[in-house]
Every structure is written in structure tokens, then in C-alpha cells.
Design a protein around this ligand. Structure first.
Ligand SMILES: NC(=O)c1ccc[n+]([C@@H]2O[C@H](COP(=O)([O-])OP(=O)(O)OC[C@H]3O[C@@H](n4cnc5c(N)ncnc54)[C@H](O)[C@@H]3O)[C@@H](O)[C@H]2O)c1
Length: 368
């Protein structure tokens, strides 16, 4: 959709990424507001943007507000944008817990605006192809799943960031930060829900920069899906050598699919009588995968393309279209419900039912 005016809140990695994606999707980025006038000016200049006088002023001249601030600030920024009647894109995790995420979703519904969350890995064409392989029944009844999201940027005890402070990041760190992407991808590709889970978490370094660490560096989960399949998920930000390895394998009665976001133009199709790795090719892919495949096969696509496709679909929704697979605030609530369930299980040592959207997690059930 052309001529939409986009305002960016935040001045870091995501501010840069959202600016590029919004522009590539045809919007005009009208300004940026970070945590202080000095930071706004410093972040805006290399992007060729106007620094805003503040968040309110930025919102007043935007049609769509992209919230790219630290997690605990999302709530205040989303509320300000919704009170002004603006469409909102809010980074994951949508909120610091499911209760706040559900409240923001209710406000967005009342405001009657489009409200989306950049679970951008959904926008790789081969993820849509994996979804089609599953939904079409080609892999058969789902039996097991395995997934991982592994990084190493917090392996050094001297490394720190706002994400380590629960006042700014929320009560979950590694799982909230990247596990949220993994469970969204799992539910999106499988078409099923995680109904209950058992989780354990670990802290690699008790102190960082002289400050006590209280949030997890890694989490390991066993999950049960709505169709009865069992799964195993690993999330870590202290896995040496792994930079951003998000992998997902669904194994069904008739075949498997495997996706690795560090090789996003490929999909492995497993069969007992011969497995193949297929490459992105609109000539052989399904309709939705082809829709997102914006350059000919053999010309690599990646993370920024996925972000652009997310922005394009958000703006198309604002324009009254209904592109499939747009992650909305309801999906943000869903991820927050699973994060809450992971914390509840890690604290209690018990299996925890994952609450339906909008209900708080924490109902423990006996270990089977
Ligand atoms: N969807 C994705 O793939 C993805 C990837 C990375 C980060 N994220 C999410 O994006 C958000 C931002 O992460 P990031 O990697 O850009 O972090 P970052 O540290 O690079 O940037 C955060 C920015 O927010 C600014 N900020 C702090 N307090 C603020 C306030 N009160 N008002 C306005 N700005 C404020 C900081 O000055 C900084 O410029 C987080 O919620 C994170 O979870 C999403």
C-alpha cells in the first residue's frame, strides 16, 4: 500500500530493520523517536530520517506506528499509538506477560485498527511450503516435532544488554527473546497448538557486569501438541558457534519436513524411500510460497526479504486485503501464554497446561 506514513519508536537493530522493510514495502518513514532527543538524532541521521521531538509527536504524524523499543516499554508505546487511533506493529514479545498482551489486544480491537507482530520467519517462502506440505496431508499424521533456536552472543560472562535486566526485558530472557519465534513457527507450520509442556531453564553465568543474573540463558522443553504429537525444543543464547540457527522438523506418519532459517531457500523432505532437499522455485511451489518468492529462483532471499514481506502484508491488511498468515496481536498473546507456561513449569518442575489465548498460564497437571 502506497503513501502510508510510518513512525518508528526505538533506535537500534529493529529500528533500522523496520525502516528498511517499511520503505521496501512502499511506505514513507516519517520519523523516529528513541529514548532521548540525543539518541533519536543519532539513530535517525544514518537512516535519513527526521528525529521526532518525542513519542507523542511522532505518533501525531504517523498512520502506522512501529514499536521497536525494549520489551517492557512495548505496553506504554502501544497504548499511546492506539489511543491516537493509529495502526500498530509491535515487536515480540508483545508484552511482558500474557495478561498485558491480552489487554493490549483488547484495546487494539476496540480501536478497530490493524495490529501485527513481526514473527517474520513465517515469511520465508520455504516456511509457507513446509506449511503446505503439512496442511495438505503429504507428511501424514504428525508424530513428533523437534526445534531449536540457538545463538552464542551471551556466552561470554562479560557480555550484557538490556535483555539481561528483567525490569526492561521481562521475567523470561532467552525464551521470551527467541523461543517466542520458535513456538510461533511451530504452531504456524504444524497448524496445531502446544497444549502442555514441561520446561527446565539454566543460567550460564550467575553474574554479568557485577550484576546478579536472574533470567535464563537457555531453556529445554518437552511439548505435547493438540493432535497428540510429542516435541522437543531447545533455546539457547550461550551455544558456541551458533549465531541465529532456528530449525524446525515435523515428522509425520508419511514423511518429514525440515527447515533451517540460516538456509532459508531450502526445505528438506524426508521419506523412508528417498529424501530430497528442494530449493525455492515458484515453478514447483504452492501458491502462498510463490506469492512471497519475489525474485527468481537461484537469486537468494533472506531475513530482510521476510521482514519486507511482513511489512507489505501488514500494509495490505490496512488497505482492506486479507493476506494469509499475517501474525497479529492474537499471535503475540499466544507467544506470551507459552512464555508464561515455560516459566511456570521451570519454577514448579511440573507439566503445565498452556492456557488458551487470553487466559493466564499455570494450571499444573500430573506428570504422565
Ligand atoms: N522480530 C525480530 O526478528 C526481532 C529481532 C530483534 C529484536 N526484536 C525485538 O525488537 C525490540 C527491540 O530490539 P533491538 O534488537 O532493536 O534492541 P536494541 O538494543 O538494538 O535497540 C533498542 C532501542 O530502543 C531504544 N529505547 C530504549 N528505551 C526506549 C524508550 N523508552 N522509548 C523509545 N526508545 C527506547 C534504545 O535507545 C535503543 O535504540 C525488542 O522487543 C526485541 O525483542 C525482534
Amino acid at each position: 500500500m502506497q503513501n502510508l506514513k510510518v513512525g518508528i519508536i526505538g533506535g537500534g537493530f529493529m529500528a533500522r530493520t523496520h525502516t528498511a522493510a517499511a520503505r521496501a514495502a512502499g511506505a514513507e518513514v516519517v520519523g523516529l523517536a528513541s529514548s532521548s532527543p540525543e539518541r533519536s538524532a543519532a539513530a535517525a541521521a544514518p537512516l535519513g530520517l527526521e528525529p521526532a521531538a518525542g513519542v507523542e509527536e511522532l505518533i501525531s504524524r504517523s498512520d502506522v506506528v512501529h514499536v521497536c523499543s525494549p520489551n517492557a516499554r512495548h505496553g506504554e508505546h502501544v497504548r499511546a499509538a492506539l489511543q491516537a487511533g493509529r495502526h500498530v506493529v509491535c515487536e515480540k514479545p508483545l508484552a511482558v506477560d500474557a495478561e498485558e498482551a491480552a489487554a493490549l489486544t483488547a484495546l487494539a480491537e476496540e480501536a478497530g485498527v490493524v495490529a501485527s507482530v513481526p514473527f517474520v520467519y513465517r515469511f520465508h517462502p520455504m516456511v509457507r511450503q513446509a506449511r503446505e506440505e503439512t496442511a495438505s496431508g503429504r507428511i501424514g499424521r504428525l508424530l513428533t516435532v523437534r526445534g531449536a533456536y540457538l545463538q552464542d552472543w551471551l556466552l561470554d560472562a562479560g557480555e550484557s544488554n538490556w535483555r539481561v535486566d528483567p525490569q526492561v526485558s521481562g521475567r523470561s530472557r532467552a525464551f521470551g527473546d527467541i523461543g517466542s519465534h520458535l513456538v510461533d513457527l511451530l504452531e504456524f507450520v504444524s497448524g496445531e497448538r502446544i497444549v502442555r509442556l514441561s520446561a527446565a531453564t539454566t543460567i550460564a553465568h550467575p553474574r554479568r557486569g557485577g550484576v546478579e543474573v536472574v533470567t535464563e540463558d537457555a531453556a529445554a522443553l518437552t511439548v505435547e501438541l493438540s493432535g497428540g504429537a510429542l516435541g522437543s525444543l531447545m533455546v539457547s543464547q550461550v551455544n558456541a558457534g551458533r549465531k541465529n540457527q532456528l530449525t524446525l522438523e515435523l515428522a509425520g506418519a508419511d514423511g518429514s519436513v525440515f527447515f533451517d532459517q540460516e538456509h532459508p531457500d531450502e526445505l528438506w523432505l524426508g521419506r523412508t524411500d528417498g529424501s530430497v532437499t528442494i530449493s525455492r522455485d515458484p515453478a514447483t511451489m504452492g501458491q502462498d510460497a510463490s506469492r512471497l518468492s519475489v525474485v527468481p529462483s537461484g537469486h537468494p532471499m533472506g531475513y530482510l526479504d521476510a521482514f519486507t514481506a511482513f511489512a507489505r502484508d501488514t500494509y495490505a491488511r490496512i488497505g482492506g486485503e486479507h493476506p494469509p498468515g499475517l501474525p497479529t496481536f492474537a499471535d503475540g498473546v499466544r507467544a506470551n501464554c507459552i512464555i508464561d507456561a515455560v516459566l511456570a513449569s521451570a519454577e514448579s518442575g511440573a507439566w503445565v497446561d498452556v492456557a488458551p489465548v487470553g487466559e493466564p498460564a499455570g494450571v499444573t497437571v500430573p506428570v504422565p
